[in-house]
Design a protein around this ligand. Structure first.
Ligand code: NAG
Ligand code: NAG
Length: 256
């Protein structure tokens, strides 16, 4: 009796594993249906004033293929996340669509994404089709989160211009690869190893009033939503003691 129950459980687990394996293999099921529009501006890229606080980086990262997100903005946690977005009109749209990085928040007429004009046009098969898509304004799409990739780049800290040395430190995190979210950040003083958790100020910007003096290490918690897999990433490079507003510091590490 107990033996057959065990067999039954074993079989059930195998079936479950098989089913989830099959689902993982079939990513046409991973796409979510939605709508997207675009924001026209002179250079077709994103905006320097995106809600994520990336500044000019938020307009031009990923070749200007950037987007606002509405729900997917997730109070700033979604900043820097990458999505494959493809429109579904087979007359105009390419199979692969475009890969965009979230750099701003915004919502339109039942849209999840307001793409840069550059990204919106890239969903089309041809330049003529792109013109047709743009004249539609809002299109049906499918999207899925995908891994971000920045070949040759490490995670980089940009000291925000709002910083005021030495009493107020604000910085944004650039070039975050992979598919995980940064859900917490610790600022550590590297001589005493005292660390404190920082507040997410807005978007991808973290702040500290009265940061410790001395070289600083900015540690980031990467999460895929499963707490068991949360990982602290410790940079190789410190932020120098005399950090400067507006400066860019390479962390010396990258994630996948
Ligand atoms: C993937 O899922 C789609 C939609 O459910 C289905 O049409 C297709 O046959 C599946 N492909 C594979 C390889 O299982
Ligand atoms: C990234 O970090 C590695 C290891 O710390 C370093 O060798 C490399 O020069 C860095 N890359 C850039 C673009 O700074």
């Amino acid at each position: 009796m107990s033996f057959s129950l065990q067999n039954f459980l074993h079989l059930s687990i195998c079936l479950l594993l098989l089913i989830s394996f099959a689902n993982a293999q079939n990513c046409s099921d991973c796409f979510v249906h939605s709508r997207a529009s675009y924001y026209p501006n002179s250079d077709e890229h994103g905006t320097d004033h995106g809600a994520c606080g990336f500044g000019a980086f938020g307009a031009t990262v990923n070749g200007g293929d950037v987007s606002t997100a509405s729900e997917l903005y997730r109070d700033g946690v979604g900043c820097g996340a990458c999505y494959q977005v493809k429109c579904t009109n087979s007359d105009y749209c390419s199979d692969n669509g475009v890969t965009v990085v979230i750099t701003d928040q915004g919502s339109g007429d039942h849209t999840d994404f307001i793409l840069s004009e550059h990204a919106f046009s890239k969903m089309a098969q041809t330049t003529d089709a792109a013109a047709s898509l743009r004249s539609l304004g809002v299109v049906d799409i499918e999207y899925q989160r995908i891994s971000c990739s920045y070949p040759g780049k490490n995670i980089t800290f940009k000291i925000d211009e709002s910083s005021n040395y030495p009493s107020y430190l604000a910085f944004a995190i650039y070039y975050q690869q992979g598919e995980k979210d940064i859900t917490a950040v610790q600022l550590c003083e590297t001589q005493t190893f005292t660390c404190k958790l920082l507040q997410r100020d807005h978007g991808a910007v973290w702040t500290s009033t009265s940061p410790p003096s001395g070289p600083l290490s900015i540690r980031m918690l990467f999460s895929d939503g499963d707490y068991a897999d949360d990982t602290w990433v410790v940079p190789v490079n410190n932020i120098p003691q005399d950090w400067k507003s507006g400066a860019i510091y390479d962390s010396g590490v990258q994630v996948n």
